[in-house]
Design a protein around this ligand. Structure first.
Ligand SMILES: *Cc1c(COP(=O)(O)O)cnc(C)c1O
Length: 384
């Protein structure tokens, strides 16, 4: 079976992890700091906070921005459930912004309308969590203008988009947002097995997230309520979690990060090969944005018409041919848990149409031309 994505781990990555295993620290230590510095440097952000997953990073990002009971957080219905669950963890409620079918990202027009309506109803969100679907940045300039106008915090869930660029800025530069989150899960662009990171240019947010990932504890004297008792002293000043990354994970992530540009370039090359093959066919790849460079975490195509049974047929036929096609994502508001919160089918019609037309094709650095030709030929045959 050709998977839709897979990690690319080489001998030097393994060596870095082995070295850590033989060193003094195996939980958060100097290699975590090195990994944080490498990612901060890569995306031109001032601060980076490594966590044990992107989900934890999203949770503490929401908390750092003050999201809590009584607040509303908006995100995209076309994402992994973690993009939305993180707000629920904080006691906030969630709402969604419908997408633009061509990019799969939230529609700035829909956002504009929804904000105007929310202002009238006094239901403006405290924060918006954007998702750069498949590695392609959202339209940050328009979105930032809106969040500034309404004074709303902005988080980028860039779990798909490390190594991507928007208007020349690396995703994670936080030029357009308060905090950006990356995931290092093995299907993502670079991996630390499990792992995630929050980056920001705001020192206060960075310090708050550093405390929240480790029980709410500080060892910074300027954050303490009284002078330090001595070199052993620390204070818990708020309620945090154990969301720390291990040195083993950081060693793998750090080693992988040195290959980020290469991985993203390989993914772009594979994507253009697909693009060319589907040109003038009934298959439409998600439309790339002109002022962005995608990290191509996923290669997603849309079937021409909304035909649920055909969509299922095509995916099953691909799997029958040993091609592990997938769907990213099931609209979050249609999940039973979210239906119980009051969401209904039909609430975000474009996301629902997208769900019945989208197919993720295999895309990962070691995918061969032969495999790609086989995938293309099989897909074009099965849609006939
Ligand atoms: C993978 C993913 C997450 C969660 O990442 P973990 O590191 O597995 O917690 C969150 N959001 C999106 C969009 C993702 O793709």
């Amino acid at each position: 079976m050709i998977p839709y994505g897979k990690q690319d781990i080489s001998e030097d990555d393994i060596q870095r992890v082995v070295e850590v295993l033989k060193s003094d620290y195996i939980t958060q230590g100097p290699v975590v700091s090195q990994f944080e510095s490498a990612i901060a440097k890569q995306c031109h952000a001032k601060y980076a906070i490594a966590c044990n997953s992107a989900t934890s990073a999203l949770h503490i990002a929401c908390l750092a921005l003050g999201v809590g009971q009584g607040d509303i957080v908006w995100t995209s219905p076309i994402s992994f459930v973690a993009s939305s669950n993180c707000a629920l963890y904080c006691g906030a409620s969630v709402d969604f912004i419908d997408i633009d079918i061509n990019s799969g990202n939230i529609s700035p027009e829909k956002l504009t309308e929804k904000l105007a309506q929310a202002q009238k109803n006094n239901t403006l969100p405290k924060a918006i969590i954007l998702v750069h679907l498949a590695g392609q940045s959202c339209q940050m300039d328009k979105i930032k203008q809106l969040t500034k106008q309404y004074n709303i915090a902005l988080i980028e869930d860039a779990s798909h988009a490390i190594g991507a660029r928007y208007q020349g800025y690396p995703v994670g530069s936080c030029q357009f947002s308060d905090i950006t989150i990356f995931s290092f899960h093995p299907v993502k662009i670079i991996t630390s097995a499990e792992g995630g990171m929050a980056v920001t240019n705001n020192q206060e947010l960075a310090r708050k997230m550093q405390r929240l990932r480790s029980h709410g504890i500080t060892n910074q004297s300027d954050e303490m309520t009284e002078p330090s008792h001595g070199p052993w002293y620390y204070q818990q000043i708020e309620l945090g979690f154990n969301y720390r990354m291990t040195e083993l994970q950081a060693a793998l992530g750090l080693s992988q990060s040195s290959k980020l540009a290469k991985f993203v370039e390989q993914r772009n090359n594979l994507a253009s090969y697909y693009d060319k093959a589907f040109n003038h066919s009934a298959i439409t790849p998600l439309t790339p944005q002109s002022d962005a460079y995608s990290a191509y975490h996923l290669y997603i195509v849309l079937l021409p018409e909304l035909d649920k049974s055909k969509h299922k047929q095509v995916i099953c036929a691909l799997r029958d041919h040993n091609i592990f096609a997938h769907v990213h994502y099931i609209p979050i508001h249609t999940q039973p848990y979210y239906q119980n919160l009051g969401f209904n089918l039909g609430d975000f019609p474009v996301a629902e149409e997208y769900y019945n037309r989208a197919i993720s094709l295999p895309l990962f650095p070691q995918l061969t031309v032969k495999e790609q030709d086989y995938i293309i030929e099989t897909l074009l045959n099965v849609i006939k």
